[in-house]
Ligand binder design. Structure first.
Ligand SMILES: C[S@@+](CC[C@H](N)C(=O)[O-])C[C@H]1O[C@@H](n2cnc3c(N)ncnc32)[C@H](O)[C@@H]1O
Length: 282
């Protein structure tokens, strides 16, 4: 379903949407898509075509006719329900429009929801952030982090905020990389973050102390050997974006390239049970 939602959103943005709010419950996912009145028909049509194209795969969905909203309201309405994400007592991720009371010793990242995935609100991101928070204590100031499928950059930025030396982060989606750069600058971490748009094999560097990858199973499995080869002897690999029922297959695939599972974290989101694994060399 996540893939269908991503595609539907992308097609609405391309047709002229100016804001998209995602609301999930156990039964499914609802997208509230905002557009200027002049573009509403085009956006509605794009949504209908996107859903129609996927009907053959058995995925269901429907598009309600456009409704007018109060002038100026749409630009604020999508912010409702968005809150700061408390990763641990020392790390919070929040949108710029959500103010929180500063607490001594607490670190924060400011990331606004735009088109890239990764504000901390989804279980797969939060679980990975929790691992980064735990593993950061093992990272020396000279440590190097690799973030595969960086989205907003949230995982690399969290590692840097928690003391990692430098990070390389990339995504096959150039829009995500632009947004990650924006958040790196806003959070004053850009000097220690190298970003690029492209695939893993465009990167020559190896010997990362921490590698993080919040990717779907089908995106991750083809990369297993290459990902494992990027780790230092004592490095840690954090995998997320996986459903609990996929854990056995993922452990077997990474076991085949010399890694073992050192721990698993679980969380429920959108009616699914998600798992995030910490892998180390066998
Ligand atoms: C679930 S999002 C994770 C974003 C962020 N790292 C987080 O944890 O919230 C997955 C991201 O991986 C990217 N992606 C998918 N397959 C990829 C691949 N083979 N190499 C690099 N990036 C990939 C997608 O474009 C998307 O931005």
């Amino acid at each position: 379903m996540a893939e269908q939602v991503d595609l539907l959103s992308a097609e609405c943005w391309a047709a002229g949407a100016v804001g998209i709010e995602e609301r999930e419950d156990g039964a499914g996912c609802m997208l509230l898509v905002y557009a200027q009145a002049a573009r509403a028909q085009e956006v509605e049509q794009a949504a209908r075509e996107s859903l129609g194209a996927r009907e053959s795969s058995g995925e269901e969905g429907r598009v309600e006719p456009p409704e007018p909203v109060e002038s100026g309201d749409w630009s604020e309405r999508w912010k409702e329900g968005l809150a700061a994400v408390v990763v641990s007592p020392r790390l919070v991720v929040r949108p710029s429009f959500v103010e929180i009371t500063p607490e001594p010793g607490r670190l924060e990242l400011v990331i606004d929801p735009k088109q890239a995935f990764g504000t901390g609100g989804h279980a797969s991101t939060l679980l990975a952030l929790e691992w980064v928070d735990v593993l950061a204590d093992e990272l020396p100031a000279s440590s190097r982090v690799l973030d595969i499928g960086t989205g907003t950059g949230v995982l690399a930025l969290a590692a840097l905020r928690l003391g990692a030396g430098e990070a390389v982060a990339f995504d096959i989606d150039p829009i995500a990389v632009c947004e990650a750069r924006e958040w790196a600058e806003l959070n004053e971490l850009a000097e220690r973050l190298r970003l690029f748009a492209g695939p893993l094999d465009a990167l020559a560097a190896a010997d990362f102390d921490l590698v993080v990858a919040n990717l779907l199973r089908r995106e991750l499995l083809p990369l297993a050997a290459d990902v494992a080869g990027r780790l230092t002897a004592r490095g840690s690999l954090v995998l997320s974006g996986l459903l609990a029922e996929e854990q056995g297959e993922i452990e077997a695939a990474f076991g085949g390239v010399g890694l073992r599972c050192a721990g698993a974290r679980f969380a429920e989101d959108g009616g699914e049970q998600w798992v995030s694994l910490c892998m180390r060399r066998s």
